[in-house]
Design a protein around this ligand. Sequence first.
Ligand SMILES: NC(=O)c1ccc[n+]([C@@H]2O[C@H](COP(=O)([O-])OP(=O)(O)OC[C@H]3O[C@@H](n4cnc5c(N)ncnc54)[C@H](O)[C@@H]3O)[C@@H](O)[C@H]2O)c1
Length: 247
Amino acid sequence: MSNFEGGGAVVTGSARGIGLAIATVLARHGASVVISDIDADAAGEAAAGLVAEGHRAIAVPCDVTDEAAVTALVDACRESFGSIEVMVNNAGITRDSTMAKMSLDDFRTVVDVHLTGAWLGTRAAGRVMREQRRGAIVNISSISGKVGNFGQTNYSAAKAGIIGLTKAAAREMAKYGVRVNAIQPGPIRTAMTAAMPPEVLDRMLESIPLGRIGEPEDVANAALFLGSDLSGFITGTVIEVAGGRNM
Ligand SMILES: NC(=O)c1ccc[n+]([C@@H]2O[C@H](COP(=O)([O-])OP(=O)(O)OC[C@H]3O[C@@H](n4cnc5c(N)ncnc54)[C@H](O)[C@@H]3O)[C@@H](O)[C@H]2O)c1
């Protein structure tokens, strides 16, 4: 379907969940992957798992809000694998509560991890990719940034911001052959959704036309498409991976 011929791919927040699924799918399609996460131990285990499957993978711990660490992350990919073909800005957290109860720290921290983190990752990868004259950046937003979720003024704001960032960066990077796109997942089966009460999950299922919750691999397959030459004429777009919910 697509082959990165050993070129490098970085996925932030990829020790588990959607990020790990993205790194795994990219590795299975020939990319050499950098597993990166703020959780260094889990990143090491995830990279070891991919190596055990016969793939090329290294772990580089990184807090996406740390400018120097994000630069070092991209440099590590280029030094280890010779290039950076794909950068996936995926790391994320939630600190949900209604606005009335939300602290400024909860707002700033969520915006910092998602939006500033994606901006730092896009800028750092973009600098190398523009020299290479090729590359694809994939930013993980959320349907929450499209429709606004109750209790997520911080998260929805950050995820909507990622769309503006993606489109502006896509315009700036196009002349260098670098594409920038975003994915808006709906509810996906990860630790985040496993923590939901069953009745909330049931109500959610009723609102999904395709009648199931998404799997991390559903998002990973969209990231593979946007990261590969199969999407060579696509930039500045948003793909919803939400089973038709909130279409
Ligand atoms: N699960 C869903 O239903 C869903 C829906 C829409 C969007 N998303 C988005 O998908 C992405 C992945 O979510 P997930 O469900 O796999 O979550 P997850 O909690 O399973 O994984 C997120 C990873 O990011 C890491 N991380 C957190 N802060 C970090 C930081 N500052 N620097 C580096 N790494 C950091 C965590 O350690 C963790 O490994 C997030 O951006 C999330 O907002 C998830």
